[in-house]
Write a protein that binds this ligand. Structure first.
Ligand code: TXA
Ligand code: MG
Length: 346
């Protein structure tokens, strides 16, 4: 009988100067590398090398119809890959480096595999010094989607990337610690600057973007997206970021609700139950309670969302009950968007 080759587990590299130089060299030679960012970890390749970019799609099992974001080291590099306009320059100045991606008409230098055949390219400057350092050292813009298998929960640590991409062809990940934002960048389509569109809510609040642009962003509805011949952001697929465990969403969820659940269901609260409520609960039922933050701070909820869903997904619960964030302010739209897609049926 033929013995199977063991599945290669990607190696995590500490961010020493030597390792950064090595990984930059490997990127330059066409390899894919797991990279840290402030939002989620990315799976990076030389954006100007079509074969290297093809490896990203293969490792993630991502359809080649879903375009990649191109990452730059500085906002002053934007015109190397995109045709800029005033609105784009204003947003780049206000929010880069940071969790904002701009969709603009592409320059010819960007291979069609990166943009999935589109005439537009998505660009951003990440707010993570190690990621920017790697772009500078490799001397190429880096195309990078989130480093998760297509459709699964996005990774917010190097270990998440390693554990979900074993045997994918990925060999190396740069460790940059836990992601500080925890949800992906906000995507704004400025290819027609007279009609700016919000394609994905994310780490920068839409209201802040509207303040800089001095106009409202249009928000395409999910219905219009699925009806469109080609979706404006294919990542807006209704099911995405999903745990394997069934996820049920609630508009409100209280620690006491756990008493109405069976023993293999877990209740994911937005904040830690108060000492008073804690006293009312039986020790057994307390094991079924988890929370996304100590005090309900929105930034903490976003930061912990994907890592907590991953943890729960590994624990063999039959159902995860989670709660939507109230209101439409701040990061609420981004958090609720990820929760809704994570719970959507295929
Ligand atoms: O925070 C982030 O944006 C992370 C980090 C690694 O930068 N990246 C990320 O990439 O979330 P990804 O591929 O998981 O999501 C990017 C989204 C996809 O939904 C893709 O369809 C959309 O951006 N996109 C890319 N290029 C586009 C384009 N030219 N027009 C419209 N949407 C585009
Ligand atoms: Mg993604």
């Amino acid at each position: 009988m033929k013995s199977q080759a063991p599945l290669l587990r990607p190696r995590i590299f500490r961010p020493t100067p030597l390792n950064l130089n090595r990984l930059a060299g490997r990127l330059k030679r066409g390899e894919i590398i797991g990279v840290p960012s402030e939002t989620v970890y990315g799976l990076a390749a030389d954006a100007l090398n079509p074969e290297a970019c093809m490896r990203i799609f293969a490792a993630k099992k991502r359809p080649t119809t879903d375009p990649l974001i191109v990452h730059l080291a500085s906002r002053y590099d934007i015109d190397t890959v995109a045709h800029v306009n005033e609105a784009a320059l204003a947003l780049a100045e206000a929010f880069w480096p940071g969790p904002l991606t701009l969709v603009l008409p592409k320059k010819n230098i960007v291979p069609l595999i990166v943009t999935a055949g589109r005439r537009t390219v998505a660009v951003r400057v990440p707010d993570h010094a190690l990621f920017r350092k790697l772009i500078r050292l490799s001397k190429c813009p880096l195309a990078a989607p989130s480093a998760n298998p297509f459709g699964y929960i996005s990774p917010t640590s190097a270990v998440h990337v390693r554990d979900s991409l074993i045997g994918s062809g990925l060999r190396a990940i740069l460790d940059g610690g836990d992601c500080s934002v925890g949800v992906e960048s906000t995507i704004v389509d400025l290819s027609n600057p007279d009609k700016p569109r919000l394609l994905r809510p994310g780490g920068i609040e839409a209201e802040k973007i509207e303040m800089v642009l001095k106009r409202k962003l249009s928000r395409p509805s999910y219905k219009s997206i699925s009806a469109a011949k080609s979706a404006p952001a294919p990542g807006m697929l209704s099911r995405h970021y999903s745990p394997r465990t069934k996820l049920i969403l609630h508009t409100s969820l209280h620690p006491q609700d756990v008493m109405h659940m069976t023993v293999n269901e877990v209740c994911l609260l937005l904040s830690k139950p108060s000492a008073q409520v804690n006293k009312l609960l039986k020790p057994d039922t307390k094991k079924q309670l988890r929370w996304l933050s100590e005090s309900g701070r929105m930034n903490d909820i976003a930061k912990n969302l994907f890592s907590t869903l991953r943890k729960l997904d590994e624990e063999n619960w039959s159902v995860i009950h989670a709660c939507l964030v109230p209101g439409l302010e701040g990061l609420a739209p981004a958090i609720n968007d990820r929760l809704k897609r994570a719970s959507a049926k295929a």
